[in-house]
Design a protein around this ligand. Structure first.
Ligand code: SAM
Length: 326
């Protein structure tokens, strides 16, 4: 079992399977994109499966696939069923921008994936295009509706609210959580990379106030066993939920249960702190499983008590979200 120096049990691994993305969200990537990893730098699917098998032996129960955009990686339709077929996982889920969601829903359902997170920063076609730099709103929305109709649950919609860009849509998202069974998650923009650093920060408390002023009290929802750091609520009579992920204004590090594996094979003990451990090096040197277990243990040992960012210190993180995954 993986337990860190602060007695936190680590049972959740986020796998970034590619650094490539078919969107260029203004807070995540420059218009021309980032320098791409070369094919041979990215972990192969069989390498990922070996790593996950070892992670399972160490007590990892929950995997989330992310990227880049996981659904753009060639062969992902074959990889996901192989991943979900591994014995010992309680939960495999996917974070996607939704552009290829509709085309992949049958495969995801057949593979046993039930929980999907879609990043959707606007409900308006033009604003979606302004934020993502692509005209794919209708495609994404069709995917979300089809997923709902096929019984995927929960469908979480992740929204990063940015001042002067989509803060005028907070109430539309609130209304959506009343009328539809979606779980709306407001994620505070984290100061990662150059793009995000140029965005004016809005704390989730402001969003919460606007929602309560308009729709009435938010009723707390008790957290489930596999829940992440979101504070969850619903409106009286609402079909869906509202959640707040407030990494900057309300650090939730005391409950952190995760590690991240980047597309090029580095384990990150913490998204918002320096430090990473090279897993790909020993893997490609042909090491035994025991050596890879040591790498996991080292990464867990390096988990800091808390990330260093808060509302006052204006620190920045020099990583690329597209290769780390959110
Ligand atoms: N392509 C997939 C997607 O769109 O969900 C997975 C990768 S994307 C990097 C994962 C999540 O990270 C998205 O929900 C995105 O909004 C979030 N994200 C990226 N940069 C962020 C930042 N600076 N602060 C907060 N969230 C961020």
């Amino acid at each position: 079992m993986l337990v860190d120096r602060f007695n936190r049990r680590i049972n959740y691994l986020r796998l970034s399977i590619t650094d490539r993305c078919n969107l260029r969200c203004i807070y995540c990537m420059p218009p021309e994109g980032e320098r791409k990893l070369r094919h041979k730098e990215i972990l192969r699917y069989e390498e990922l499966l070996r790593i996950v098998r070892i992670a399972i032996k160490l007590g990892i129960k929950k995997i989330r696939l992310t990227g880049g955009e996981p659904l753009v990686r060639k062969g992902v339709q074959e990889f996901i069923p192989m991943l979900t077929a591994l014995k010992g996982l309680d939960d495999v889920s996917l974070t996607t921008n939704g552009v290829y969601l509709k085309d992949n829903l049958e495969m995801l359902k057949a593979a046993g994936i039930k929980r999907i997170n879609v990043s959707l920063d606007s409900l308006k076609k033009l604003n979606f295009q302004l934020i993502t730099r692509f005209d794919y709103f209708s495609k994404v929305w069709e995917g979300i509706e089809k997923a709902r109709d096929m019984g995927f649950y929960p469908i979480k919609l992740n929204i990063v609210i940015m001042k002067g860009i989509n803060d005028n849509e907070v109430l539309d998202f609130g209304r959506l959580a009343i009328e539809q069974p979606y779980h709306i998650r407001f994620i505070e923009c984290m100061p990662i990379g150059l793009q995000a650093n140029s965005m004016a920060f809005i704390p989730n408390s402001e969003i919460e106030k606007a929602l309560v002023d308009k729709f009435g009290p938010l009723i707390p929802v008790s957290p489930g066993q596999n829940d992440g750091p979101a504070r969850r609520y619903r409106f009286k009579g609402g079909k869906g939920e509202i959640g707040f992920i407030s990494a900057i204004s309300h650090s939730f590090c005391q409950d952190c249960n995760r590690l991240r594996l980047t597309a090029n094979g580095m384990i990150l003990p913490c998204l918002l702190s320096k430090g990473e451990v090279n897993l790909k090096g020993p893997l490609r040197r042909g090491c035994l499983d025991e050596e890879l277990i040591e790498v996991f243990l080292k990464a867990v040992d390096l988990k800091p008590k808390c990330h260093p960012l808060n509302l006052d210190n204006h620190q920045r993180v020099h990583r690329k979200m597209c290769s780390v995954g959110g």
